[in-house]
Write a protein that binds this ligand. Structure first.
Ligand code: 13P
Length: 250
């Protein structure tokens, strides 16, 4: 049985004092959940977040990294740097990074390998545009992204990776994929993993849904057979709202 993993993606929001306040309010609200809880925070909040989640069940992730170990890459942060302060997860290939920062399937693949090499767990994002969905291309686009992202990875790597299926048209738009649409595409991703690796890996890998998840729709989405939780943007910025999403099964 796969567990449910609920991750907040704060994007470019929250200052250190807001991070500390958030965790103080949020931690008691989610302390009894059996679901995995992750906060993916801006680089400048990481250290504060890591200090303040000590003794709680909350895990911390970053939102991006560079694939090289070190060197002349002004402004970049390496996997080792994230790992060295205790970061456990890192979002890789978010559609906003693909769209605004020239992230490609190739750089996504390099980043995943680099994260795994130091023991950081990647949350790998895939998803189609509205035009691609309307043209019936969703399965092709999304499974192709998975294939390229996972190129050269072996079986053992797979258990450390989370996939987040985030239809681009559902991000920040208030327009959620229906539970059936989300479940169907996630099932197609699982089928692809079975083809690339084995049925066992396909059955075990955690695949989240992301895109306008809120307290009012989390339960119906997360109860679907193939959806293993969510990657939550806007609704993860409020402790009360996000705790209700984490506690969707209570
Ligand atoms: P919203 O939940 O704000 O739509 O954002 C989803 C997302 O991009 C999470 O990574």
């Amino acid at each position: 049985m796969r567990k449910k993993v609920i991750a907040g993606n704060w994007k470019m929001n929250m200052l250190p004092n807001e991070t500390i306040n958030f965790i103080e309010q949020f931690a008691p609200l989610v302390k009894d959940t059996k679901n995995e809880v992750i906060l993916c925070v801006p680089f400048t909040d990481l250290f504060y977040a890591l200090l303040h989640v000590q003794g709680t069940n909350i895990k911390i992730g970053a939102q991006n990294m560079h694939w090289e170990e070190k060197g002349a890459y002004t402004g970049e942060v390496s996997a080792q740097m994230l790992k060295s302060i205790g970061t456990e997860y890192v979002i890789i290939g978010h559609s906003e990074r693909r769209q605004y920062f020239a992230e490609t399937d190739e750089t996504v693949n390099k980043k995943i390998k680099s994260a795994l090499a130091v023991g950081l767990k990647p949350i790998v994002c895939v998803g189609e545009t509205l035009e691609q969905r309307e043209n019936g291309k969703t399965e092709e686009i999304v499974t192709n992204q998975v294939e390229k992202a996972f190129e050269g990875l072996n079986l053992e790597d797979l258990s450390k990776i989370i996939i987040a299926y985030e239809p681009i048209w559902a991000i920040g738009t208030g327009k959620t994929a229906t539970k059936e649409e989300a479940n169907e595409t996630i099932a197609q991703i699982r089928k692809k993993i079975a083809k690339m690796y084995s049925q066992k890996e396909a059955d075990e890998i955690i695949i989240q849904y992301g895109g306008s998840v809120k307290a009012s729709n989390a339960k119906e989405l997360f109860e679907m057979s193939d959806i293993d939780g969510g990657l939550v943007g806007g609704a993860s910025l409020k402790p009360d709202e996000f705790s209700k999403i984490v506690n969707f099964d209570k």
